[in-house]
Design a protein around this ligand. Structure first.
Ligand SMILES: Nc1ncnc2c1ncn2[C@@H]1O[C@H](COP(=O)(O)OP(=O)(O)OP(=O)(O)O)[C@@H](O)[C@H]1O
Ligand SMILES: [Mg+2]
Length: 269
């Protein structure tokens, strides 16, 4: 592998990717799916977002990423309010997210999926294609090389020519990560990166997240696998029935009585 396509932000780690969620509400009819949630994902950190099924975690991700409008509250990225932005604008500001259920283009190869990820490619613009074919060819080559380097970084080189619909669920999670890396985000929101992933691949995912974080990328991660949360997260926010019920270090939140109760309550529902 030649020069890394991923920025080494270690020099500026801790300065970008600060996500502030303030009193955010999202209602579905009478269901207060997100009910006055406030917390900060600190730049350069890996923050975990945990809680029982139906707690509102994915809804909160959708709201932060601009996929659904919020009913109240504010979301700030590096001090700029993004809560009225559509998802593409949130993405342009440097916040990228993956989905709980991977959404690859199943009949395209892994490489094509990663190459197609939005990355500010000029080739799509009509005038550029018509007037500046040399530029477009050069950019396509750059995109190809960048995609292949990111695929290698994610450990997907052995399957890069396979159809994305034919690889394992865990590999599809890595394809999602590779796709968001194409855009060079400042903060990545991962929705259950470890769900349904075999232990060997889970180690790869954890390892890649750690390496990206070392290079300065901020993460906010929804995850049910507590080993994953404990080994990876600097801070944890716990949600239940739309509200934040605890936050702190992984050790402190998992020992908190209200957290234990929320999980036990969920288990006997
Ligand atoms: N599009 C929607 N329309 C109506 N209700 C919804 C919608 N999406 C989510 N909900 C409801 O909002 C609540 C929170 O759901 P959400 O999917 O955010 O939970 P979650 O914490 O991500 O759960 P899980 O751990 O199972 O993924 C649930 O009561 C759910 O039924
Ligand atoms: Mg969810």
């Amino acid at each position: 592998m030649g020069a890394s396509p991923l920025p080494d932000r270690s020099v500026c780690a801790g300065t970008a990717g600060r996500l502030e969620v303030k009193r955010v509400e999202k209602l579905f009819g009478a269901n207060r799916a997100v009910d006055g949630v406030s917390f900060t994902a600190e730049p350069g950190r890996i923050t975990g977002l945990i809680g029982p099924n139906g707690a509102g975690k994915t809804t909160l991700f959708n709201a932060i990423a601009g996929d659904i409008p919020i009913d109240a509250g504010e979301v700030l990225l590096d001090g700029t309010r993004i809560d009225s932005f559509p998802s593409y604008k949130v993405f342009e500001k440097g916040l990228a997210r993956t989905f709980q259920i991977p959404r690859p283009f199943a009949r395209m190869t892994v490489l094509e999926n990663v190459m197609l990820a939005p990355s500010g490619q000029h080739g799509e613009r009509f005038w550029n294609t018509w007037l500046r074919p040399g530029l477009v060819a050069r950019q396509e080559k750059e995109i190809f090389e960048r995609a292949r380097a990111i695929i290698e970084f994610c450990g997907l080189s052995p399957v890069e020519r396979q159809l994305a619909g034919a690889i394992s669920g865990g590999q599809q999670k890595l394809v999602e990560l590779a796709r968001v890396l194409m855009a060079d985000p400042r903060i990545i929101l991962l929705d259950e990166p470890g769900a349904g992933v075999n232990p060997a691949l889970l180690d790869t995912i954890v390892d890649r997240i750690v390496e990206l974080n070392r290079r300065g990328l901020t993460f906010l991660i929804i995850e049910h696998n507590m080993d994953f949360v404990m080994s990876l997260c600097d801070a944890v926010v716990v949600m239940a029935t739309g509200k934040v019920i605890a936050r702190g270090t992984p050790d402190s939140v998992t020992a908190a009585p209200q957290v234990i109760e929320a999980y036990l309550g969920g288990a006997v529902e």
